[in-house]
Ligand binder design. Structure first.
Ligand SMILES: NC(=O)c1ccc[n+]([C@@H]2O[C@H](COP(=O)([O-])OP(=O)(O)OC[C@H]3O[C@@H](n4cnc5c(N)ncnc54)[C@H](OP(=O)(O)O)[C@@H]3O)[C@@H](O)[C@H]2O)c1
Length: 281
């Protein structure tokens, strides 16, 4: 693998959060960064999953190490950055990819679960970004890539707190871009629509039908955009791009949204049934 790809990240240290599930976006991004020469630091709570992903990168000739941490704890975030710096000498790229979701109408949600969504999807990326900035500066610059969602471009009912967290993450990132304008630190956002990972499968019954009305991406397609974003610092990439454009239009024109919703829900319900069959038989 090391020879196959251009070594754009040779000598660079990349920290990727939410990389504990082999089929997830974080693991796919880690494989791609390592394939381009990076030393990758992987974090999430699940130590065994992280170690399996790290081992599979090392098996392919890459450099990877697991740093288990609960990102809900700001002190653990600080300890994580210190540990990565101690192990690899610095940091060049931070990918805030870890995410949490508990679906259903707000009224029926556990308040602690709602708070956790905001903590993991918004507060933790802000805390980690804050901790990363001086370290990136010490290396002469670097990149921060935030994994948001198309649910951060249009308010998604049935996933209200999740949608709020991803809107917030985009807003934070775009504001920070302005603060850093003219510097050598780039902040980029990647906003996927539905992606074929455990994140959807975990609570499949509660995922709103409309989510499945859109084409499904693979984790590797999203990972490719994360790597490109770390390279060129483009403000935002949305996948699928057409789904994002339609979502932003529907968010801006509520009457259009209401008109489209019944058809999208019908289309989504049959796509969801096919998805369920494919994964669960
Ligand atoms: N799949 C989709 O349809 C989709 C669509 C749009 C955006 N996204 C976003 O893509 C990102 C990656 O999701 P994915 O689809 O690849 O799902 P995933 O494999 O389930 O990834 C979520 C990761 O977040 C980690 N995580 C959750 N709570 C954590 C905590 N307290 N501390 C540290 N890590 C924590 C999980 O690891 P542990 O449980 O081991 O801690 C896991 O590795 C998320 O930000 C998600 O919002 C996904």
């Amino acid at each position: 693998m090391a020879q196959r790809l251009a070594q754009r990240f040779s000598g660079k240290v990349v920290l990727i959060t939410g990389a504990s599930r082999p089929e997830g976006i974080g693991a796919a991004a880690a494989q791609r960064f390592a394939g381009e020469g990076a030393t990758v630091a992987l974090t999430a709570r699940g130590a065994a999953g992280l170690e399996a992903v790290a081992q599979s990168i090392r098996d392919r000739g890459g450099q990877a190490r697991a740093f288990p941490a609960d990102l809900g704890d700001p002190a653990a975030c600080e300890a994580l950055l210190r540990a990565v710096e101690a192990a690899f000498g610095g940091l060049d790229v931070l990918v805030n990819n870890a995410g949490a979701n508990t679906r259903g109408h707000v009224e029926h949600q556990d308040p602690a679960a709602l708070a956790n969504i905001i903590q993991i999807n918004l507060v933790a990326p802000i805390v980690l970004t804050r901790l990363a900035l001086p370290r990136l500066r010490a290396r002469g610059g670097g990149s921060i890539v935030q994994v948001a969602s198309i649910a951060g471009q249009i308010p998604l009912d049935g996933e209200a707190a999740y949608s709020a967290s991803k809107h917030g993450l985009r807003a934070f990132s775009f504001a920070l871009r302005e603060e850093l304008a003219g510097s050598s630190i780039h902040v980029a956002v990647v906003s996927p629509g539905p992606v074929d990972t455990g994140f959807l499968l975990d609570e499949l019954d509660d995922v709103p039908d409309i989510v499945f009305a859109n084409p499904m991406s693979t984790a590797d397609q999203v990972a490719a955009l994360i790597v490109e974003s770390a390279t060129d610092g483009r403000r935002e990439r949305t996948i699928p791009a057409r789904t994002g454009a339609l979502a932003r239009l529907a968010a801006a024109v509520p009457a259009l949204r209401r008109a489209l919703t019944p058809t999208m829900n019908r289309r989504g319900a049959s796509a969801k049934a096919a998805f369920r069959l494919r994964h669960r038989g």
